[in-house]
Design a protein around this ligand. Structure first.
Ligand code: ATP
Ligand code: AMP
Ligand code: MG
Length: 199
């Protein structure tokens, strides 16, 4: 049976880091794990259409284009998760409850998306605001300078909670908050594994 866990959190909080550790742990415990990054699906679609060069430009595109990419990504992800065989299949989706676009905040998990993904659990990964800022600044592989003011990170940490709550209500998924403490990504991953084992 397929269980789907959707993980959200502000850019740079450590989702991709924690989820790769959690996937390894779940594999070791005998789960068939499919870890997907929602942004990868959007990026592939938009790159093929010649609309973006990097994943950090997606949020600057027009909302109608982002919406089309979001819907396409949700559909492809569900279909990829369903194609995994095994009796203990876990689909982990690395994504965002809310995206800061040039027009305003925009939901990452509106009804159309949760109808496709059908999450059993939504996990909000969190960290202290100063730690998020320093992780963003340290990570040269990504462009997050439009987000890295401390006040903005604080606002986005708050908004991630609110938007995740809204998505949990419309989807009926259980909601969990996990703290990704500095230097302790392994511990956050362990907590996530426990959630997967109990849903
Ligand atoms: P985005 O939403 O932009 O993809 P993300 O939430 O996936 O961001 P990561 O790319 O996983 O974030 O992590 C950002 C940076 O923070 C990376 O350089 C990573 O090594 C570091 N990091 C992640 N978790 C921790 C932690 N617990 N302690 C210290 N550094 C961490
Ligand atoms: P990430 O690598 O997780 O930061 O994802 C790259 C980009 O993909 C994000 O900055 C967003 O622009 C976009 N993205 C990821 N998930 C979603 C989503 N659920 N809805 C809309 N955009 C998303
Ligand atoms: Mg990431």
């Amino acid at each position: 049976m397929l269980k789907v866990v959707v993980v959200v959190g502000v850019p740079g909080v450590g989702k991709s880091t924690v989820l790769s550790i959690a996937s390894r742990k779940l594999l070791e415990r005998g789960y068939a794990v499919k870890l997907v990054n929602f942004g990868d699906y959007m990026f592939d679609y938009l790159k093929k259409a010649g609309l973006v060069e990097t994943r950090d430009h997606i949020r600057t595109l027009s909302l109608s284009v982002q919406l089309e990419a979001q819907r396409t990504a949700a559909r492809s992800i569900r279909s990829d998760l369903e194609s995994v065989s095994g009796d203990r299949v876990v689909g982990i989706v690395d994504t965002h409850a809310v995206v800061r676009t040039s027009l305003g905040y925009w939901p990452g998990l509106p009804l159309a998306v949760v109808e496709e993904l059908r999450p059993n659990a939504i996990v909000v990964l969190e960290a202290e605001p100063d730690e998020v800022v320093s992780r963003q600044l340290r990570d040269a592989s990504r462009y997050r300078a439009d987000l890295s003011l401390r006040e903005r990170v604080e606002e986005m940490l708050r908004l991630n909670r609110y938007y995740a709550i809204a998505s949990a209500v419309i989807s009926g998924a259980v909601l969990r908050f996990i703290l990704n403490r500095e230097g302790l990504a392994e511990k956050a991953a362990e907590e996530l594994v426990e959630v997967v084992e109990r849903i």
